[in-house]
Design a protein around this ligand. Structure first.
Ligand code: ADP
Ligand code: ASP
Ligand code: MG
Length: 425
């Protein structure tokens, strides 16, 4: 992760800036926007210069994406960005209206107005720089800055860009870095980061603190409570980031979960969290010749097509001259990957290709794994005891993942959650 250039803090600026981000469910209607405004009002009264980042109303972005797909199967990504960025334009204006109605000074900012400059990777652009001068001038006038999340501008082409699904989190953390904010508070519909998705495991526990590296793995492995890039930016720029609930009484807020450095953790568990992702698909090539160069013939064309291959397992077949190769790709890339492999069948040399999309990757994450052996082995036994077949495994220093049939998702997540002592007492 490259750092976003951040201007040095002027001596005259007081360290009293705060970024507050509110997700889709928190701004789903005017009543909730009014509740958001009360949270903002509290922080303004506490003396902060406040930048608020808002998402589109819940469901809005999905609707906009759906319209693009309906418009054309192969739509122009630049126009997709023009369409999907509009959801945040609406909520930023609405929150400014409601704040003004409460007697606060406020104005909306679109990404291009600040500007938030990004790469030209339309649909998943990366933030390259943010000019905070306009926001700071607004603070000097006593204004709350209400910023449309998820969007930016590609400076050279002047086109609108969006930062990938869940990208308002990244807008917020990057703006906090650019503003040298005291804190970035990510308000959402849960009161913090849990040991696993509380929607599927009621026994999940809220964590007071999570280490950056663990949060990065959790987000990458499917815990969509924070966008992966927002955690990267927070880690690189040391932004003090909290995840907390927008549904708390604005006059009695709770701190939520702090994403922090390892040394700020008092008591470290071996496993901190369990994540799952249904965005995986499995491909198996049977009867692949067991000779040098075959792996390259398979994986180089996929890499050239920007398809990320994750788990890989190779099994020697009975005749010992061929192997079966199983690997996973993002489910959105499944059809494209199959087409590439079918086109390359002669060059690769395999007997058959099978695939499955009804699979799920379940992962356990914890920096404590670095110093404990046999953590994954315990999981394999516990899953076997429940009759869950493991299709593939990957491990790294602070996590391991297993690929299983999607129908066992909840059972597997709950089994691992209990196994590692994460259930609420
Ligand atoms: P927002 O619209 O506020 O950005 P999201 O839907 O993107 O909210 O993220 C919040 C959701 O993330 C929660 O409702 C919860 O179901 C889900 N989630 C998944 N894993 C976790 C976890 N480990 N801790 C908390 N929430 C999680
Ligand atoms: N509205 C965008 C989305 O739904 C961005 C976000 O909510 O963070 O992906
Ligand atoms: Mg989100």
């Amino acid at each position: 992760m490259r750092a976003i250039p951040v201007a040095p803090l002027k001596q005259s600026a007081l360290m009293t800036r705060l970024v507050m981000k509110f997700g889709g469910t928190s701004v789903a209607n005017i009543e909730r926007i009014r509740n958001v405004a009360r949270h903002v009002q509290r922080e303004v009264a506490a003396g902060y210069d406040v930048a608020v980042v808002v998402s589109a109303m819940s469901g809005k972005t999905n609707e906009l994406v759906g319209w693009c797909k309906e418009g054309a199967a192969l739509y122009d990504n630049r126009e997709y960005d023009a369409v999907v960025a509009s959801g945040e334009q609406v909520t930023s204006g609405l929150l400014a209206i409601v704040l003004q109605d409460m007697g606060l000074k406020a104005r909306s900012w679109q990404g291009w107005q600040i500007p938030i400059r990004t790469s030209d990777a339309h649909g998943s652009a990366r933030i390259e720089s943010i000019d905070p001068a306009g926001l700071v001038a607004g603070f000097a006038r006593g204004e709350v800055a209400v910023i449309a999340g998820f969007q930016g501008i590609h400076a050279q082409s002047g086109r609108l860009t969006t930062l990938g699904r869940g990208g308002s989190d990244t807008s917020a953390v990057a703006i906090a870095a650019a503003l040298h904010a005291d804190r970035c508070d990510i308000y959402t519909d849960v009161d913090g980061v849990y040991t696993t998705d509380p929607r599927i495991v009621p026994k999940a526990k809220r964590l007071d603190r999570v280490v950056f590296e663990e949060m990065l793995e959790m987000a990458s492995l499917g815990s969509k409570v924070l966008q992966v890039r927002s955690v990267e930016v927070a880690m690189v720029h040391k932004v003090k980031t909290f995840v907390r609930s927008s549904f708390d009484d604005p006059s009695d807020p709770k701190p939520g979960t702090l994403i922090c450095d390892e040394e700020d953790i008092v008591e470290q568990q071996v496993v901190t969290g369990i994540a799952y992702s249904k965005d995986e698909a499995q491909i198996t090539l049977r009867g692949v010749a067991d000779k040098p160069g075959v792996a390259a013939a398979i994986f180089v064309p996929l890499a050239e097509a920007n398809i990320n291959v994750d788990m890989i397992i190779q099994v020697v077949s009975d005749d010992a001259r061929t192997t079966d190769l199983t690997f996973t790709v993002p489910s959105a890339e499944y059809e494209r990957a199959r087409a590439i492999l079918e086109a390359g069948r002669e060059a690769i040399g395999y007997a058959g290709l099978t695939g499955a999309t009804d699979v799920v990757k379940v992962s356990a994450i914890g920096i404590g794994m670095r110093s404990h052996a046999g953590v994954a082995a315990r999981a394999f036994k516990a899953l076997a005891d429940k009759g869950i077949n493991i299709r593939a495994i990957t491990t790294s220093e602070i996590k391991f993942s297993v690929l299983i049939d999607a129908e066992y998702t909840e059972l597997a997540v709950r089994t691992l959650h209990t196994l590692y002592g994460l259930d609420k007492a």
